[in-house]
Design a protein around this ligand. Structure first.
Ligand code: HEC
Ligand code: HEC
Ligand code: HEC
Ligand code: HEC
Ligand code: HEC
Ligand code: HEC
Ligand code: HEC
Ligand code: HEC
Ligand code: HEC
Length: 414
């Protein structure tokens, strides 16, 4: 009996110590017992919050005395700050997050520039002017259940970012006072980028990759419209050297985004080049001008290469299905496929001779592979013919033998 009581006492002691270690406090104990949702929810949610896990309590943000179990825990004389107004939230969070020495005690790699970055964004600038409809820290990170940014459930985790922005940017009623569209999220969801991200390719951009996490644009990018080149490096280099660079700059046009759009970026096709109904070139170039001629020539060269590849593919497949050995020709044909990819990149020189250099190489390879396929099929036909002839010869020989035997047999009978 005595021992059980001692064990129980020890257990209670251990529980108390564990609670203190994980950042428990009078604030949580009392708030967990309250009824009003806005008072009890913070205490309920706080378990999974990164601040709780780092050993911080309610008082580290709100002030007050976490050891006082009465209402005086929240007295101003004990440093209680209360609840910050929206306009004050960035400073409220930055009291710690801009203090690099303090933050590095918890995580030596933690950045401490969120507030200074945030103040350069449209959100930050407008909040300073008193517009409280913009996003402040808690609109993107949550309150009382703030998760590590690497947590897949965090609202700022790449796969969740678009829906976090959508809370405001896809809500036409909420955004009605502003002059901007509310279709960015819907358009982005249709893009190649969103599809790749949904398939787990984290190298594809979400909203904040292009617009910056806190600042208006990511580092090293002078305008959001120039962000494409941080990933599509070769395309940007070719565009820089193309006749469009200077012409677009003069006309105040944005570059990549002019032809590809900014949010609904879809997989382009060869039909975009040339002068047909789906051409992007003929939105600006008209019959007779040098741009139009160049577009027409590129389209023809790309079409020629496509046709040669299709033909070679078909013949090599036929030969392979019939059991002929064409694997080396098939391997070579992948070089023609690669040339086609490269030619599509070279479209961004907007010079037909640059595209033709590559398509000509591809054509040569495709033609050679095609010839190998055709030769294999011909050889097969030849072998079949040969086999037929030898079969007939053998049959004739057997028939001759049979007749000979019959002849001998009837002669013996006779
Ligand atoms: C004995 C119970 C009790 C303790 C201990 C307690 N609170 Fe409260 N708290 C309440 C009640 C009840 C209210 C609502 C009444 C009010 O606003 O004064 C409240 C309100 C709040 C509010 C909202 C104030 C506002 O202006 O809307 C905050 C923030 C808060 N508490 C934080 C804390 C923190 C931080 C601690 C610990 C340092 C703490 N509480 C300790 C009972 C408690
Ligand atoms: C990381 C900082 C931080 C921590 C830790 C924190 N809070 Fe808060 N709390 C805030 C901010 C910021 C707001 C204001 C959010 C807003 O207005 O959108 C807030 C709001 C509140 C409110 C008012 C809610 C409302 O709907 O009006 C209460 C009550 C509250 N906190 C209690 C607590 C309690 C209890 C704890 C501990 C369990 C706690 N907070 C821990 C930052 C924090
Ligand atoms: C518009 C949405 C948005 C706002 C507003 C915002 N953040 Fe962030 N925050 C993000 C995103 C997105 C990340 C990066 C997530 C990742 O790395 O995958 C991030 C990352 C962080 C990090 C992790 C370290 C880092 O810098 O990458 C901290 C800390 C942070 N934010 C604090 C804040 C604070 C403090 C504020 C207010 C001054 C704030 N955030 C405002 C979206 C936002
Ligand atoms: C009392 C100081 C303090 C305040 C105030 C504070 N934080 Fe923190 N915050 C921290 C500490 C400490 C960590 C944990 C660092 C670690 O362990 O990696 C952290 C972590 C975070 C993280 C996770 C960063 C990561 O690397 O994944 C985010 C996001 C964050 N805080 C946002 C906020 C927001 C939003 C506010 C304001 C509502 C806020 N913090 C207020 C101290 C604070
Ligand atoms: C709490 C609501 C809210 C959230 C959440 C929010 N925003 Fe905003 N955002 C606004 C408001 C309001 C404006 C101001 C619009 C204006 O002035 O034209 C704005 C402005 C912007 C602008 C500048 C638009 C312009 O005028 O050129 C960009 C870019 C932007 N937000 C991107 C984002 C991204 C990316 C996210 C998600 C990571 C996000 N926002 C989350 C409310 C929000
Ligand atoms: C691939 C890069 C990229 C991605 C991803 C992206 N944006 Fe944009 N966004 C841009 C560019 C470029 C502009 C045009 C900026 C300019 O004209 O200066 C823009 C403009 C905007 C604007 C200003 C209003 C408008 O429509 O022109 C808002 C708001 C905005 N984006 C929000 C978002 C949101 C929310 C997401 C995620 C759903 C997102 N963006 C994803 C590149 C991107
Ligand atoms: C963070 C890196 C990143 C940024 C920034 C970025 N992209 Fe992408 N983009 C990708 C990835 C990854 C893919 C999918 C893989 C691929 O096809 O290259 C892709 C695919 C594409 C495709 C489709 C290619 C295809 O063959 O299907 C186009 C077109 C495209 N991006 C244009 C743009 C434009 C225009 C911008 C700027 C507004 C931009 N991207 C910004 C990474 C990025
Ligand atoms: C004047 C219009 C125009 C501009 C400006 C432009 N592109 Fe393109 N882009 C095209 C066309 C047309 C295609 C389709 C080529 C094809 O499939 O034959 C294309 C295709 C692409 C592809 C897919 C290539 C593939 O393998 O299918 C990517 C990625 C791309 N562009 C990125 C960019 C980037 C990044 C920029 C800015 C540096 C840019 N583009 C500027 C017209 C343009
Ligand atoms: C947004 C309008 C626009 C689009 C779309 C566009 N161009 Fe251009 N292009 C121009 C302008 C403007 C010039 C400069 C004309 C000048 O300086 O006289 C130009 C110049 C050229 C030139 C140089 C002409 C010369 O005089 O040497 C070529 C070649 C060209 N474009 C090809 C293309 C091709 C191919 C496409 C489609 C893939 C295309 N352009 C799409 C606007 C456009």
């Amino acid at each position: 009996m005595k021992t059980t009581l001692a064990t129980l006492l020890m257990l209670i002691g251990a529980l108390g110590a564990a609670a203190a270690d994980s950042g428990n406090s009078s604030c949580i104990t009392c708030h967990a017992l309250l009824e009003e949702p806005k008072l009890v929810n913070p205490a309920k949610l706080f378990d999974s919050d990164i601040h709780h896990q780092a050993g911080l309590t309610c008082a580290d943000c709100h002030g007050g005395d976490p050891n006082d179990e009465s209402m005086s825990a929240m007295s101003r004389t004990k440093g209680f700050r209360g609840v910050p107004k929206k306009a004050r939230i960035p400073d409220f969070c930055a009291r710690c997050h801009s203090d690099i020495a303090y933050m590095h005690r918890f995580n030596p790699k933690m950045r401490a520039d969120q507030l200074s970055q945030y103040l350069t964004s449209v959100h930050g600038k407008r909040l300073k002017q008193g517009d409280t409809k913009v996003a402040a820290c808690v609109d993107c990170h949550g309150i009382h259940n703030i998760l590590a940014v690497s947590d897949t459930r965090a609202p700022v985790y790449p796969a969740n970012v678009a829906s976090t922005c959508a809370h405001c940017h896809a809500d036409a009623a909420y955004m009605k006072d502003y002059q901007i569209p509310t279709d960015q999220v819907a358009q982005y969801q249709k893009s190649v980028h969103a599809q790749m991200l949904a398939q787990g390719d984290v190298s594809a951009p979400t909203c904040t990759t292009c617009h910056g996490n806190h600042g208006a644009t990511p580092p090293g990018v002078s305008s959001v419209a120039n962000v494409c080149g941080t990933c599509h490096v070769v395309f940007a280099q070719l565009f820089e050297k193309s006749p469009h660079q200077a012409a677009f700059a003069r006309m105040g046009l944005p570059g990549c985004v002019q032809c590809h759009s900014n949010h609904e970026i879809v997989k382009p096709s060869d039909e975009w080049v040339g002068v047909g109904a789906n051409s992007v070139c003929s939105t600006c170039h008209a019959s007779g001008d040098p741009g139009y001629r160049s577009a027409q020539a590129m389209a023809q060269d790309l079409a020629r290469l496509n046709l040669a590849i299709v033909r070679a593919d078909t013949n090599l497949d036929t030969a392979e299905r019939k059991g002929m050995e064409v694997s080396s020709a098939k391997v070579e044909l992948t070089n023609a496929h690669e040339a086609r990819v490269k030619a599509r990149v070279n479209v961004h020189t907007f010079r037909d001779e640059e595209v033709r250099k590559i398509t000509d190489q591809g054509l040569e390879i495709a033609t050679r592979s095609d010839q190998a396929g055709v030769a294999a099929i011909e050889e097969l036909n030849f072998r079949r013919k040969g086999l037929g002839i030898s079969l007939i010869t053998i049959l004739v020989a057997i028939a001759g033998l049979y007749l000979k035997i019959r002849q001998i047999e009837s002669r013996q009978k006779g």
